[in-house]
Design a protein around this ligand. Structure first.
Ligand code: HEM
Length: 496
């Protein structure tokens, strides 16, 4: 019987890359067929050129399969325990999932999309310094033309500072440039902190890494991921957050910005943080006008819910659609947000039906597909989009009359190295909110391509969690080449 089955299935498996054979063998027949459809479209690389309805069908199949086969929990999960529901966002992300107190909280595990593969002995194969030098390092700057500007590039870093940051160990690893490339490496050797490996208490995946930011979309880049940071950014008056007279973030005595997350940042992110602090404060004013009996805590909690939702909405239906600029993505992202019934219906009647009719936003209960919410190691890996950064910020004169395309005249090309960390904060204070934002709006970001990794990040002063500079410089391109020693499998198994 099994040989007859093998005879019939052999031609099927010939159509599928061998990396997927193991997982496909576990699928029921319908999923096998759906997988074959998705895989065939992938082989031709045409999903984004399909007519919108076919493209959406492809995306729906892919999403269903990945929800079923590519969500892997790391850590042990409380089963059958219900916690008190709270209708606001807690400082550390706890209690957001009504049936799992710690899901998505600060210090929870990064999840996985594929099973970990032990690559400890492969950390330097191929050598990350060689990869950084021969494949990543920027030769000529390639930009994204009119598609993606520096506000959009700063936006994704602003999101990263809301979602993910790996807890480090106290032990350092040293990378040394092999002679073959040493003369072209800005740092001949450098040290970086290992990612802390933590026992999960579970049998399947017995160790993992902790996220020191709350992975929820909860605006933690401005509110912080714990009570200590939150108490630094709140004014405790009318629900508001602290902002300086000049409309930028306040600073501590060392010149570090005071905000939810200020580590390894630059002026472009700082100015977005300031913008959303102002948004939060405006929501507080409006709420106070309408509901005079709300106290400071009520106003803060409501304004945070509104501001976090605005951030998530901008990311979903503006940012993502601009990054992956196709009609299919536009329809898919609006479908995620508003559902088939559309915006007008949702604005008028609220969320009706399940996620297909009403969209994912506003569902009555969380849908986690049986796996507690987390962001994953693979997600972190693909979001390392450092090539978006140019070499210089093109500063424009916002007080002068604009030229063609409403472009204000260029006044200075400021090296990006001057716009990062503590130096960047001081420079931003001289430049001011408006000039920084308008200049970024007129400048294309770097393209996500090989040979386009900014050189200033190859000799970078990294920072501690409090935004203070570390003594040891790092070559970020090489550091990323190690895949951050986090035991990733091949990207093929993610289905990409
Ligand atoms: C001037 C701006 C930037 C600086 C100075 C900077 C610096 C850094 C540094 C030092 C790390 C830690 C590397 C490590 O230990 O593995 C890091 C990680 C990372 N960066 Fe950036 N970065 C910048 C912009 C961006 C942008 C535009 C993105 C776009 C998405 C980005 C995404 C990430 C991600 C996903 C990580 C990994 C986080 C983790 O390991 O949990 N960064 N960056």
């Amino acid at each position: 019987m099994s040989s007859i089955k093998a005879l019939f299935s052999a031609p099927f498996y010939r159509l599928i890359h061998r990396d997927f054979h193991e997982v496909v063998a576990t699928m029921p027949l319908t999923d096998k067929i759906l997988f074959l459809i998705m895989h065939s479209v992938d082989k031709f690389g045409i999903w984004h050129r399909l007519p919108v309805l076919l493209g959406l069908t492809y995306l729906a199949i892919r999403r269903m399969l990945q929800q079923t086969y590519n969500l892997i929990n790391v850590g042990s999960t409380p089963v059958g325990v219900r916690f008190n529901h709270v209708d606001y966002r807690t400082s550390d992300g706890k209690l957001n999932d009504p049936s799992n107190e710690v899901a998505g909280s600060q210090g929870s595990f990064f999840g996985r999309n594929i099973q970990p593969v032990d690559q400890r002995d492969k950390l330097t194969k191929p050598d990350p310094m060689v990869v950084a030098t021969k494949l990543l390092a920027r030769t000529d700057f390639k930009d994204t033309g009119k598609q993606f500007n520096m506000i959009a590039a700063s936006w994704i870093q602003f999101m990263i500072h809301d979602w993910i940051d790996h807890l480090e160990d106290t032990q350092q690893i040293e990378l040394i440039a092999p002679t073959e490339v040493a003369s072209q490496c800005p740092l001949k050797s450098f040290k970086f902190y290992k990612t802390r490996e933590v026992p999960t208490g579970s049998y399947d995946i017995n160790s993992g890494h902790l996220n020191i930011r709350t992975p929820w979309w909860d605006g933690s880049a401005i509110y912080g991921s714990n009570n200590k940071t939150l108490s630094k950014v709140r004014t405790y008056k009318d629900g508001k957050l602290k902002i300086s007279e000049d409309g930028l973030l306040p600073h501590d005595e060392d010149g570090a910005a005071v905000s939810g997350d200020v580590r390894n940042s630059w002026a472009g992110v700082s100015v977005l943080q300031a913008l959303f602090v102002k948004e939060h404060n405006t929501v507080c004013d409006t709420l106070k006008r309408e509901y005079g009996d709300l106290n400071d805590e009520d106003l803060y909690r409501h304004a945070r819910l509104v501001t976090s939702a605005v951030i998530a909405k901008i990311h979903t239906i503006d940012w993502t659609v601009e990054l992956l600029k196709t009609d299919t993505l536009l329809a898919g992202m609006r479908g995620n947000w508003y559902g088939l019934l559309g915006k007008k219906f949702k604005d008028a009647f609220g969320h009706v039906g399940g996620f297909i009719l009403g969209g994912l936003v506003g569902l009555k209960s969380p849908q986690n597909h049986g796996v507690p919410y987390s962001l994953t190691e693979e997600f972190t890996s693909v979001y390392r989009m450092h090539a978006l950064l140019p070499d210089n910020l093109l500063l424009r004169d916002t007080s002068a009359a604009p030229g063609p395309n409403k472009l204000p005249p260029l006044i200075e090309e400021v090296p990006m190295a001057e716009m990062i960390g503590l130096r960047g904060e001081a420079r931003l204070s001289q430049i001011g909110f408006t000039k920084q934002m308008v200049s970024m709006g007129h400048q294309p970001s770097g393209a996500l391509e090989l040979f386009n990794y900014p050189m200033f990040l190859r000799d970078l002063t990294p920072q501690d969690r409090d935004g203070k500079d570390r003594p040891d410089h790092v070559d970020l391109a090489a550091l990323e080449g190690t895949e951050r020693e986090r035991l990733l499998g091949t990207m093929n198994s993610v289905g990409d």
